[in-house]
Write a protein that binds this ligand. Structure first.
Ligand code: IMP
Length: 432
């Protein structure tokens, strides 16, 4: 069955959007399975930039169906704003964007709650899109699904049920964010427009896979932000690793043929939490400026540092990666020396596996391998053999450290700035 998956191996922002867009050329269906409008997937096609938050990155390919799966949490105002922007760019989404009836809604109360929670101590540095509260309600069994929203009576009943719980726990939320009639007045306007897009997407996906339609599962965020396998509690509230693709799409594990991971040639992180290879001061700023490292969703400056080999091997293991795509190699041009962490010194101990505890990560001193850099600009290079030997050595070392083939190396934002890696003789395809 031709089903492939693309995941982030770091703290998000690895450049997955561009890679999914490229692979979509070859896919019949692209599926988002977790996260929500906290994601920001940037695509550059013919010099024009499109940033997607909810809509799968395959949407720019006119023949590709796109699915927002049951594992996603979505805000309807954001969704329709995104669809209007796509329409204004001439992208038709009608009859090819499908939304799961089981997906949960981000409600006004969720955003109000998060704004309240993220003030002061205990903050995670979230995107403030209501992601955490929406997933929390889903797990607490007081969430509201897209299916319920389509029926006004069911929606009002679900909101009333949620309100009872909300008032017990958080008595101070603004009335307009929890009163069912006021919420209906804000959100009901989207009902008729949403209806034709909603279906049992899990059923459709399995049927499509059986018909040999090529399906690409598009991860958002990254493995280190995964609620189970990331740097808890400084994580997002969903499973951004491979397991989340099954629960969040309804595609059973044995239908998945291939799992690819995306890593930057260095590391970035937005929000709070440990980051052992972070570069401070001028060094960090230099990398941020070279990579244009500002959040696609919030515009926040991203924290920057060297590639972390322990974290990458953790992601390879958790996701069972079949291949890696290294992005933003071009950003490292001009560095005399480039580094990769291959171990941490922690409390007098040498760690070679990525530890679970925040304490260990905060106290970790990276042990680096250093590589000579290159001065050439890479962004016009299109073949592996054109890359400077030092750049090839660096990528080859990533392959050795992870024991995973490097499928592609990306040297610029444009679709064509993507070089098949040393492990790849033929074009990467979705499915076998
Ligand atoms: P939340 O997902 O808004 O709850 O934020 C939780 C953490 O995940 C914060 O550190 C965010 O900055 C981070 N995060 C969420 N989505 C993304 C993303 O798409 N890229 C990078 N970081 C993200």
């Amino acid at each position: 069955m031709p089903v492939s998956m693309i995941l982030g191996t770091q703290w998000g922002d690895e450049g997955k959007g561009k890679i999914v867009d490229l692979l979509s050329d070859d896919a019949d269906v692209v599926v988002r399975f977790q996260g929500g409008p906290n994601a920001g997937h940037t695509l550059v096609v013919d010099g024009e930039t499109t940033v997607l938050h909810l809509v799968p990155s395959g949407i720019l390919h006119p023949k590709t169906d796109c699915v927002i799966g049951n594992g996603v949490v979505l805000n309807l105002d954001g969704l329709f704003q995104e669809l209007d922007e796509l329409k204004s760019k001439g992208v038709n989404t009608e009859g090819r964007l499908w939304i799961s009836d089981r997906a949960h809604l981000i409600l006004p109360g969720h955003r109000a709650l998060e704004a309240h929670e993220e003030q002061g101590a205990g903050a995670v540095g979230t995107t403030l899109r209501g992601i955490g509260p929406a997933y929390r309600d889903k797990m607490a069994r007081i969430g509201v699904t897209v299916g319920e929203f389509l029926n006004k009576e069911a929606f009002l009943t679900a909101l009333a049920r949620q309100r009872v719980w909300r008032e017990r726990l958080v008595p101070s939320l603004p009335e307009e964010s929890i009163d069912p009639d006021q919420v209906e007045a804000q959100m009901g306007v989207y009902r008729d427009r949403l209806k034709p897009m909603v279906r049992d997407t899990g059923l459709a996906l399995v049927q499509w896979a059986k018909q040999d339609r090529r399906i690409l599962l598009e991860g958002a965020q990254g493995t280190l932000l995964d609620v189970d396998h990331g740097t808890y509690p400084f994580v997002t509230s969903s499973n951004a690793s491979a397991g989340g693709a099954c629960t969040g799409s309804g595609i059973p594990p044995r239908m998945i043929d291939r799992v690819l991971g995306v890593t930057k040639a260095y590391t970035t992180r937005v929000g709070l939490g440990p980051f052992p290879t972070e570069l401070g001061g001028e060094e960090g700023e230099k990398l941020r400026a070279a990579g244009g490292e500002f959040g696609a969703t919030t515009g926040r400056p991203r924290r920057c540092g060297w590639l972390d080999g322990l974290a990458l091997r953790h992601a390879v293991r958790i996701n069972g990666l079949d291949g890696l795509i290294v992005t933003k190699l071009d950003v490292l041009s001009g560095y005399e020396t480039i580094k990769i962490a291959t171990a941490y010194q922690c409390d007098g101990e040498l760690l070679t596996e990525f530890p679970a505890g925040i304490g260990a990560l905060e106290g970790a001193e990276p042990v680096y391998e250093s590589f000579p850099g290159w001065s050439e600009s890479l962004d016009s290079m299109r073949h592996w053999d054109e890359l400077p030997q030092t750049a090839r050595n660096f990528v080859a070392r990533i392959k050795e450290i992870t024991d995973v083939p490097i499928h592609w190396v990306s040297v610029g934002q444009a679709r064509e700035a993507t070089i098949p890696g040393p492990s790849l003789e033929t074009k990467v395809r979705v499915g076998r």
